[in-house]
Design a protein around this ligand. Structure first.
Ligand SMILES: Nc1ncnc2c1ncn2[C@@H]1O[C@H](COP(=O)(O)OP(=O)(O)OP(=O)(O)O)[C@@H](O)[C@H]1O
Length: 530
């Protein structure tokens, strides 16, 4: 029993130990369970975190893939850019190589310029050393120029005085005689007159002759010799005739009044002499004189002279004045001649006075006058032969340096045909008779005025000058008297059947040629007649 009790006790002891162990094991199990829960929580958490991380990584992966795609696109674009840049670089390289060639050339040029600059600098240095000397020399030269300019002005005044003296010594009235050449229209049956020019040195003589049979059958030879300031043979050119007139034309820029008349019978060459043809060679005295005046005025500009010119062109037909530059009908308007005794200026009422700046303008003006005359000529035959035309160029000059002033005029007159009454065939025609009487009246008035001026010049100071006897002389009153210079160009026909007319003209011209205006005496031989 005891053994049993001991056994029961032992069993109880075991049981209690085992119960304790069980409780301990339970506690341990609880703790382990707790721990297991904790671990599984932790695992869950880890799982969740892992899943999140996986998601994040997938996102990242996708993003990376997108980035890769974008980068690839960028790379392609960059490659394209690169290709383009390569091309650019290639062309830039070519340009560069070209530029570098140019650069080399420029560098060489720059070096050359630098060398030049150095040389110039050296010269400049040398020059500036001489600068002071040069400034002094320049100052001296300036003074000399001023002196020379003064001397030139004085010389110009002296030239004017001497020019006038020469003109006076040559005579204030001069006569030239010009025989026109035979024209194809003159050829047979018209015979050539016997005209010779014996003075081959000075060209001052002309001799006309004619042979006829007397009633007794004897041959009779008549000879008429005349001398003038200059005789021009038929072959003389317009330029040769002008050579002797040019000095005279120049006088008007010095303040003188100049008159040039063309006198002679119809068809003797007056218009050819005064107006001439349309070419430079055939241009007559009017365009040449005007050009000369403009040329001289231009030359005198450097000596301080400023000139103003104006022109008028009149026609005197049957003692009536017409304006060749006007617009109205001929012979309708009444024009009056006015003389201003204070200024010595002559004006004609209601006529066009055109300011002239160039000689070309004068040519236009002449052709305008010519066309007006041509129109009028259709109304009345040969009007230009039966009227006087007077071209006037007025010149006013002022010297801005010396304060001098002068005023002159150049009158170029184409006179009406001088044929006698019976020759003109006018006797039976009333209008023609009136025309011829008027022409004769004005031409003889011109002769009388010139003769009276001559007598006055020879001391008869109270001599009356009959300017008012014709429109022509009244118009030219101020240009014929006093400080004026007159030239008459006597035009002659070379034809035998014009001999008597030629002799009349030569006698008229001789009367003019023997005249002296003012104090100067002419240095020509006396003209003779048969
Ligand atoms: N020196 C010359 N050389 C060449 N031809 C000339 C010369 N002189 C005149 N003539 C010619 O003679 C002709 C008559 O000349 P012009 O008309 O000049 O005479 P005119 O005296 O003016 O006559 P009108 O009184 O009828 O006007 C014209 O054909 C002209 O061309």
């Amino acid at each position: 029993m005891d053994a049993e009790r001991a056994k029961v006790s032992e069993l109880q002891a075991n049981h209690s130990a085992m119960a304790q162990q069980l409780a301990a094991a339970k506690t341990q199990e609880l703790a382990q369970r707790q721990e297991l829960d904790n671990v599984s929580d932790e695992i869950n958490q880890l799982r969740r975190r892992h899943a999140r991380e996986l998601e994040d990584r997938d996102d990242l992966m996708r993003k990376k893939e997108r980035d890769v795609r974008e980068l690839k696109e960028e790379l392609r674009m960059c490659q394209d850019d690169l290709e383009r840049e390569r091309d650019t670089v290639k062309s830039l390289k070519a340009t560069l190589s070209h530029q570098s060639d140019a650069h080399v050339a420029l560098t060489a040029q720059i070096s050359a310029f630098q060398a030049q600059q150095l040389a110039l600098q050296a010269q400049l240095d040398a020059g500036s050393r001489n600068g002071l000397e040069l400034t002094m020399e320049l100052e001296a030269a300036r003074k000399r120029i001023a002196e020379l300019e003064k001397e030139t002005r004085e010389a110009e005044s002296m030239r004017r005085k001497l020019h006038n003296m020469v003109q006076e010594l040559k005579g204030n009235i001069r006569v030239f005689c010009r025989v026109r050449p035979l024209l194809p229209s003159d050829l047979p049956p018209r015979a050539k007159a016997q005209i010779v020019f014996p003075d081959k040195m000075d060209h001052k003589e002309i001799v006309l002759s004619s042979s006829s049979e007397s009633a007794t059958g004897q041959e009779r030879k008549d000879e008429w010799a005349f001398a003038f300031d200059r005789v021009f043979e038929p072959h003389s050119s317009q330029a040769e005739v002008f050579e002797d007139i040019s000095q005279l034309a120049q006088s008007c820029t010095d303040g003188y009044n100049v008159c040039v008349f063309a006198y002679g019978q119809t068809g003797s060459g007056k218009s050819f002499t005064m107006e001439g043809g349309s070419t430079d060679i055939t241009a007559g005295m009017i365009p040449r004189a005007v050009e000369q005046v403009f040329r001289v005025a231009e030359e005198l500009r450097s000596k301080g002279w400023e000139y103003k010119m104006e022109g008028q062109f009149l026609e005197i037909y049957n003692e009536t004045i017409n304006d060749l530059l006007g617009k109205g009908e001929f012979d309708k308007k009444k024009h009056e001649i006015k003389h201003d005794s204070k200024t010595g200026r002559t004006t004609v009422t209601d006529v066009n006075v055109v300011p002239l700046a160039t000689s070309a303008q004068v040519r236009t003006l002449l052709s305008l006058a010519q066309s007006r005359r041509t129109v009028a000529a259709t109304l009345m035959n040969e009007r230009s032969s039966r009227s006087h035309s007077v071209f006037t160029l007025r010149i006013r000059g002022e010297n801005t340096l010396t304060g001098e002033a002068c005023e002159g005029s150049l009158n170029l007159v184409d006179l009406a045909g001088s044929e006698r009454l019976e020759k003109s065939g006018a006797a039976g025609d009333k209008d023609r008779l009136r025309e011829t009487q008027n022409i004769n009246k004005s031409l003889s008035a011109l002769g009388d005025v010139i003769a009276a001026l001559g007598e006055k010049g020879e001391g008869k100071n109270d001599k009356h000058i009959p300017y008012r006897n014709s429109k022509l002389t009244y118009l030219l009153q101020n240009s014929l008297s006093g400080n004026s210079k007159t030239l008459m160009v006597l035009n002659l026909s070379p034809l035998a059947n014009h001999l008597n007319e030629s002799l009349c003209s030569l006698r008229f011209a001789t009367k003019v040629n023997n005249t002296t205006i003012g104090t100067a005496k002419k240095q020509t031989r006396n003209a003779g007649a048969s």
